[in-house]
Write a protein that binds this ligand. Structure first.
Ligand code: MRU
Length: 373
């Protein structure tokens, strides 16, 4: 996607063929900066500190973190150490584990001489696959925006609500929830995006809004609490959000606050879609509520707010009294029953085992038949 008219991916190998370059998301929306790193520890820090964030992107960074580790030491022990270090950075988005598992199965059988080149080739492949998957999500998802436009009699812009940032910054390119938005915008379908600010880290206000500004997509940033009110007043035609982990039953774990939006959408009969590539599906889990580990982050993200002052200086201010305890669970689980459909790179399906089985039959091979088609 473009920044100031120039096309970028969020991550890639630098011109030296070895270091890894990525957009530092902790600086946005005020400064667009690309960082260059050369070590495993820097890659792990980038994920843990959320310089890179978003489920598909942290998977891509994990793969490059393995490259950086192997460049220094390509032994079996170094590979296992890199995988363990990167896996420990964030617990909820399954793309991280998925990417590391692909690193292990691809690289372990290789000789130490072959490993470094194979690791860089794999990381590039994972990134290219992510771009392709997100572009396909866009092509499948645009039909839902077109439907909403038809329902509005093509007389006004489609109002779409999204939560957190599931745009191109959260992936290698295109995004998941925002891929259909970008495509619809390119094709001239009038649309307007309600952008949830997404407290406490404000990925909506800082990142989604910034992306939409770059691409000229009409949008309005709203406090997280406003969505239900807008839906009651008929001002939301559909919601599309991303996912950090989706179970084989179609339960979706995404940024904290997603569940409340799904509840409000359900109550107001607003279609609620989740866009995700296959790398976000955890085929080993069924019950999202009981089985998905929910990341708990520092209370400072709640007790303090960071931004830029009127002189353009970065600053952080406390908004909670000293001594008040805070809780900071970073994700919640939206049960499948509240989800209208999953938008994947293979098409749109019901948020259910049956729906996912229709699109990914190979994942259910050997399992007892659920339904006959
Ligand atoms: O904590 P974050 O910012 O990494 O959480 C990101 C999200 O919850 C996104 O909605 C999700 O990763 C979808 S990414 C395309």
């Amino acid at each position: 996607m473009r920044v100031g008219g120039i096309a970028y991916r969020t991550i890639g190998v630098a011109s030296d063929g070895r270091s890894v370059e990525f957009i530092d998301q902790t600086k946005l929306p005020h400064r667009f900066e690309r960082l260059r790193i050369t070590t495993l520890d820097e890659a792990a820090h980038a994920i843990a500190s959320m310089q890179v964030r978003g489920a598909p992107l942290i998977g891509a960074m994990a793969a490059y973190g393995v490259c950086l580790a192997l460049h220094r030491d390509a032994s079996d022990a170094a590979l296992e150490h890199a995988i363990a270090t990167l896996r420990a950075t964030r617990p909820t988005a399954v793309n991280l584990q998925w990417a590391l598992e692909r690193c292990r199965t691809t690289l372990q059988p290789r000789s130490t001489q072959e490993r470094v080149d194979a690791a860089y080739a794999l990381a590039k492949t994972l990134c290219d696959e992510d771009v392709e998957a997100c572009a396909a999500i866009g092509r499948h998802g645009i039909a839902l925006i077109e439907d909403a436009w038809q329902r509005a009699g093509r007389a006004r812009a489609v109002n779409l609500l999204t939560h957190c940032n599931a745009g191109w910054l959260a992936t290698v390119d295109w995004g998941t929830a925002l891929a259909p938005v970008y495509l619809a915008h390119e094709r001239g379908i009038p649309l307007h995006v309600w952008v949830d600010e997404t407290r406490p880290r404000n990925q909506g206000a800082a990142l989604t809004a910034w992306e939409l500004v770059q691409h000229g997509v009409p949008h309005t940033v709203i406090a997280d609490n406003l969505g239900g009110h807008l839906m009651q007043r008929g001002q939301v035609d559909l919601c599309i959000v991303g996912s950090d982990r989706t179970t084989q039953n179609g339960d979706v774990c995404n940024k904290i606050g997603t569940y409340l939006k799904a509840l409000a959408a359900h109550d107001n009969r607003v279609p609620f879609y989740v866009a995700l590539p296959h790398s976000t599906i955890d085929w080993t889990l069924e019950d999202g509520l009981r089985e998905i580990p929910i990341e708990e982050r520092s209370g400072e993200e709640v007790s303090h707010v960071s931004g830029q002052d009127e002189r353009g200086q970065a600053c952080t201010v406390r908004i909670v009294p000293e001594g008040s305890p805070v809780a900071n669970y970073a994700f919640d689980v939206t049960p499948a029953r509240l989800i209208t459909g999953l938008i994947t790179e293979r098409g749109v399906c019901a948020a259910s085992k049956h729906g996912l089985q229709g699109l990914y039959p190979e994942k259910f091979e050997g399992a007892p038949a659920l339904f006959s088609f």
